[in-house]
Design a protein around this ligand. Structure first.
Ligand SMILES: Nc1ncnc2c1ncn2[C@@H]1O[C@H](COP(=O)(O)OP(=O)(O)O)[C@@H](O)[C@H]1O
Ligand SMILES: CC(=O)OP(=O)(O)O
Ligand SMILES: [Mg+2]
Length: 400
């Protein structure tokens, strides 16, 4: 079974092609900085048994353009890994919001597509891109089975006390207003790798996914007990363009006193806030450059970003009544040593202590960056949402 996996995030599209039950992709790539200056596409593939890389730098204003570029590359005759799109049997799509009804990996039918569309208001930066990704993939891979794997699925184990909001229950029953949680594919994958690494199947973990969107989860013995995003991927941590935790009164104030509409608030909190609102930049690499020049706004933004992570580590340790390891992952979590350092500063009361040299080292693969003898491990675990999606596609289609 040859599986092509598409993972569209809010700022990127990642993809991998897995042939015949293999876990090493035959080709993979990323379209980065979608909608920003210097957007680019990096495509890696095997040529004569060796890894070759193609880098294309051109404006990618939106996810549809990005998907079209990926489609062209896949079947480009000079580098094609497959001779014909018909060689792809399955296309696995990461879908951020599955709502109350799409809670498990599923074959995409017209009804599933309709539900993904109905959830646009609850994942405005993601579900529209996913829908376009499905439509584009249906046109390119006409014979393939399209499968949806949901970010929300892993968080279905949250207990009622964690997933309800303290508002009248009618709002849950009538409108499905509850905590769903996101990045579940990634939290699931990295928690699994961390448990293997620690050789501890009952480990108490705090998984920290820091990409353009950021979220944390309390994961005990492989099950999610709590998570920082809520009804939508807006709540919790400070993110690239999203505010995270905010007093709901801020919205009411802006509506009542400043005449803000729902559309203006959606735009403000999802697209103009977070690191972008604080510094003028959403990509952490740009903010790091500002920080190195002594920029005060960048310093405050870094402080706020890391302080919020620390608060959730404390909260989730309480939720689990203990902590074996914290796990950093995704674009920022895997690459930004300063974020890890700041998030672990003065956390020794929880047994968290970094080894500065190990933390600064750039390395591929899973690694332990905690100080020798520290009670709590600090792990960097590269996420691989695409492989997790491929595994889930295989499990679903084998079972049919
Ligand atoms: N080498 C790096 N150093 C610091 N930050 C990085 C690095 N590489 C990527 N990032 C950051 O990771 C973020 C994107 O992460 P990613 O997980 O790809 O996001 P998403 O899937 O949400 O689109 C960006 O803010 C980017 O700046
Ligand atoms: C859910 C979410 O925010 O995803 P991403 O970080 O990929 O944008
Ligand atoms: Mg992502």
């Amino acid at each position: 079974m040859n599986i092509f996996v598409i993972n569209s995030g809010s700022s990127s599209i990642k993809y991998q092609l897995f042939m015949d039950g293999e876990d090493t992709p035959r080709c993979q790539g990323i379209v980065e900085r979608i909608g920003l200056p210097n957007s680019n596409l990096t495509h890696k593939f095997l040529r004569d048994g060796k890894e070759a890389v193609i880098k294309i730098e051109r404006p990618v204003p939106d996810h549809t353009t990005g998907m079209q570029e990926v489609g062209k590359l896949l079947t480009r005759p000079d580098i094609a890994v497959i001779a014909d799109a018909a060689e792809i049997h399955v296309v696995g799509h990461r879908i951020v919001h599955g709502g109350e009804t799409l809670t498990q990996t599923t074959v995409i039918t017209p009804e599933v597509k309709e539900k993904i569309k109905q959830l646009y208001p609850l994942a405005p930066l993601h579900n529209p891109g996913h829908y376009k990704g499905i439509e584009t993939a249906e046109k390119i891979f006409t014979q393939a089975t399209q499968v949806a794997v949901f970010d929300t699925a892993f968080h279905q184990t949250l207990p009622a006390k964690a997933f309800h909001y303290a508002i009248p229950q009618d709002f849950y029953e009538d409108y499905g207003i509850r905590v769903y949680g996101f990045h579940g594919i990634s939290h699931h994958y990295v928690a699994g790798r961390a448990m293997e690494f620690l050789k501890k199947p009952d480990a108490k973990l705090v998984t920290i996914h820091l990409g353009n969107g950021c979220s944390m989860a309390a994961v005990k013995a492989g099950r999610a007990l709590d998570t920082s995003m809520g009804l939508t991927p807006l709540d919790g941590l400070v993110m690239g363009t999203r505010c995270g935790n905010i007093d709901a009164s801020v919205l009411l104030y802006l509506m009542e006193q400043k005449n803000y509409s729902a559309a203006q608030l959606t735009e403000l909190l999802n697209k103009k806030s977070g690191m972008l609102g604080l510094t003028g930049h959403s990509d952490m690499r740009d903010i790091t450059a500002q920080l190195q020049q002594g920029n005060e706004a960048a310093k405050l933004a870094y402080d706020m970003y890391c302080y919020r992570i620390q608060k959730f580590i404390g909260a989730y340790t309480a939720v689990m009544n203990g902590l074996d390891a914290i796990v950093f992952t995704a674009g920022v979590g895997e690459n930004d040593a300063l974020v890890r350092e700041m998030a672990c500063t003065e956390m020794d009361f929880l047994g968290i202590q970094l080894d500065a040299a190990r933390n600064a080292l750039r390395q591929q693969g899973i690694r332990d960056v905690s100080a020798a003898g520290a009670k709590t491990k600090v792990l960097v675990v590269p996420t691989n949402e695409e492989l997790e999606i491929a595994h889930q596609c295989r499990a679903l289609l084998k079972a049919r």
